[in-house]
Write a protein that binds this ligand. Structure first.
Ligand code: DGL
Length: 271
């Protein structure tokens, strides 16, 4: 049994979709969340910058006595997280591993789609992970950079015409490839799964990276006897820009009223 909190970070609010899944599968865990809202989005930045930010985010979370880190960010998870994970004495999880394995299991015809930020699509991280789990799979990718700002603006409804137009534009070519599985490779995307699912059609299984990662983390913590024993955990949120209105936006991502405190912090830039 390990009562220490789990540290979770993302460039902004998207990682809260993963937090929601963590809360669902491990309600007894304390969670400390960092949203680097002052620097979001990471998805158009270079690999060096993304890794520098990831190090600073992890250093902040480690200023608390945490037992594991989850990079609830598709962009960080596909841009070198594994290279730096070994630098820390606690386990560091990304969201790409569990999602790639879930997609490899879900596909029937071996054609898997991936949507994500520009940096996630540019990296070959998913290709390698999927091919390891399912040799011979065909992978079709599409960067969808407008999805993150649309989600952050709350344009997530199935009846939102702008979102639908953008989704049609991005997804048409993926639909035409005949994929039967689509990885929502950015933690913002579960909020627009309704529209994405409608555009792709009912024959395409959507993979939620946060959901897969939460289940994987639960299994790993259980294996090492590191789950917390309490019935209900506590939550604390940190952001690098204004904390005002965070509660309202967070509720959207968490799918429920936000419980816990939110604080504004400045990250140590020299890390
Ligand atoms: N939530 C981040 C991800 O999963 C995307 C947002 C960003 O571009 O910073 O990739």
């Amino acid at each position: 049994m390990d009562p220490r909190p789990i540290g979770v970070f993302d460039s902004g609010l998207g990682g809260l979709t993963c937090v929601k899944r963590l809360m669902d599968v491990m309600p007894g865990e304390d969670i400390i969340y960092l949203g680097d809202t002052g620097r979001v989005p990471y998805g158009g930045k270079s690999r060096e910058t993304i890794l520098k930010y990831a190090r600073q985010d992890i250093a902040f979370l480690r200023s608390f006595d945490i037992k594991a880190v989850v990079a609830a960010c598709g962009t960080v998870s596909t841009n070198g997280l594994e290279e730096i994970a070994g630098d820390y004495p606690i386990p560091v999880f990304g969201v790409a591993d569990a999602a790639a394995q879930a997609a490899a299991r879900a596909t029937r015809n071996g054609k898997i789609g991936l949507i994500g930020t520009t940096a996630s699509i540019r990296s070959r991280a998913y290709d390698e992970k999927i091919l390891r789990a399912r040799p011979g799979a065909e992978i079709f990718k599409k960067a969808c950079p407008l999805f993150v700002p649309l989600v952050e603006e709350g344009r997530i409804g199935r009846d939102d015409e702008v979102l639908r137009l953008v989704a049609e534009g991005y997804l048409r070519e993926l639909r035409d490839t005949g994929i039967d599985t689509l990885i929502l490779g950015c933690t913002h995307y579960p909020l627009i799964a309704g529209t994405v699912g409608e555009v792709m059609g009912p024959g395409v299984t959507l993979i939620d990276t946060g959901a897969e990662t939460a289940e994987r983390l639960r299994r790993e913590l259980a294996k090492t006897g590191a789950l917390a024993a309490r019935a209900r955990g506590g939550y604390t949120y940190y952001v690098t820009d204004s904390a005002e209105d965070f509660g309202r936006s967070a509720a959207l991502f968490l799918g429920t009223h936000m419980e816990g405190d939110v604080h504004r912090v400045t990250l140590e830039e020299r890390v």
